[in-house]
Design a protein. Structure first.
Length: 310
């Protein structure tokens, strides 16, 4: 059997996916394809745990820092661009390593997407007006009524995904969950999916520690800098966990400690949803990520059994 020419490392936030991916890329001569929905944005560095410039110098990285924070990005567009990058890496005789925790992006890449209709501009404008007048809680409550399956998969504060789901059901009279359950348009590249997992208590401790570390390292300064550059407070990138909480603090709506605590709680909920999502995906093997130093060696042993060697 021919060894896979593409790997994917998935799992919840804070499990060490990026560190493992970089270690494998160095040992196997691979190139990294970003599968995180936020690391595509220029200027969002602290709050996305984006690889540093030094880390990026150790192995080629793709699909990082190529969009402005006010630009929209979708799973479909990610899938199209990632497939091109994977094909280019493979054409160079290298191993493509996809790494990220954005579950729907990973599914779109490797399993394809169902045909979901575009939402007309007038529908988007109407929903934006309702958001301004009624608030996100009212729109999330509506989503729970019209598409409970999707509502269970998104955060009550995720404006972008709530508006997207309501836009689809408004325009097509069919919930987005029904569209997604239809057969995909096309299958993606062949890949070996590996997942990282941690005991819940350890994962939650890592999440809390990382959030506070990011703030100490200048997360607030990063957001203030983006605002000074003219990035709108309503930009898609600012709807992300942590960014919206710290932005609320900068706007005077809450204290810093409250913003950090809300960020930690939201990230923990997100991590739980990630775990649930990836448990349903075509993950070939799960590795405990309790010891980051030993993890690359364990994974290399497994990859050798699959015909992938340095």
């Amino acid at each position: 059997m021919e060894a896979p020419r593409c790997l994917a490392i998935v799992g919840a936030t804070c499990t060490g996916k990026s560190g493992l991916a970089l270690a494998l890329a160095q040992r196997l001569g691979g190139e990294l394809i970003n599968g995180d929905a936020l690391q595509v944005y220029r200027g969002l560095d602290r709050g996305t745990a984006k690889p540093t410039l030094e880390e990026r110098s150790l192995a080629p990285h793709h699909l990082i820092d190529f969009l402005d924070p006010d630009e929209r990005f979708s799973a479909g567009e990610f899938s199209r661009q990632a497939r091109v990058r994977i094909a280019e890496v493979q054409a160079r005789g290298k191993l493509a390593i996809v790494v990220g925790g954005s579950g729907f992006y990973i599914r779109a890449l490797f399993q394809g997407l169902s045909e979901i209709p575009e939402v007309p501009e007038e529908v988007r404008e109407g929903l934006a007006q309702r958001l301004s007048e009624q608030g996100i809680e009212a729109l999330y409550d509506e989503l729970r009524r019209v598409d409970s399956a999707t509502a269970r998969q998104v955060s009550p504060n995720d404006k972008q995904r709530i508006l997207r789901a309501l836009g689809v059901v408004t325009a097509s009279r069919r919930p987005i969950s029904e569209w997604r359950s239809a057969p995909p348009r096309e299958e993606g590249p062949e890949a070996l999916l590996m997942g990282l997992t941690l005991p819940r208590s350890l994962l939650y401790d890592r999440i809390a520690a990382r959030a506070r570390r990011m703030v100490r390292q200048g997360w607030l300064d990063e957001i203030e800098g983006l605002l000074k550059q003219g990035v709108s407070e309503t930009a898609p990138a600012f709807q992300a966990i942590g960014y919206r909480q710290l932005l609320s603090h900068l706007q005077g709506r809450c204290g810093l400690e409250e913003a950090i605590e809300d960020t930690v709680k939201a990230t923990r909920r997100y991590a739980k949803r990630q775990e649930t999502w990836f448990r349903k995906e075509r993950v070939a093997v799960w590795f405990p990520a309790t010891d980051p130093k030993l993890l690359p060696s364990h994974v290399m042993t497994y990859l050798a059994s699959q015909g992938i060697r340095s």
